[in-house]
Design a protein around this ligand. Structure first.
Ligand code: SF4
Length: 68
């Protein structure tokens, strides 16, 4: 699910793993929704819509270190 790249937790699924991103956010107690105009997933609760994700070229980094 997460790759450690230079000490950062990077989502292994890339930018279109909508099911995985939603399931991960459902399990994550740290999820906080970003402002709605920043959402990229239809499911409200998704790592793709979380204020703690930072987009990278191929995926995103979780600044909270990934779902605990
Ligand atoms: S804090 Fe990280 S793992 Fe948790 S929902 Fe947000 S982006 Fe996903």
């Amino acid at each position: 699910m997460w790759k450690n790249i230079n000490g950062s937790a990077v989502f292994a699924g890339g930018k279109e793993a909508f099911e995985d991103a939603a399931q991960t956010a459902l399990r994550c107690p740290l999820f906080r929704p970003d402002s709605e105009e920043e959402w990229t997933a239809e499911e409200a609760r998704s790592c793709y819509n979380c204020r703690y994700r930072r987009w990278t070229k191929e995926s995103f980094q979780c600044v909270k270190g990934g779902c605990p």
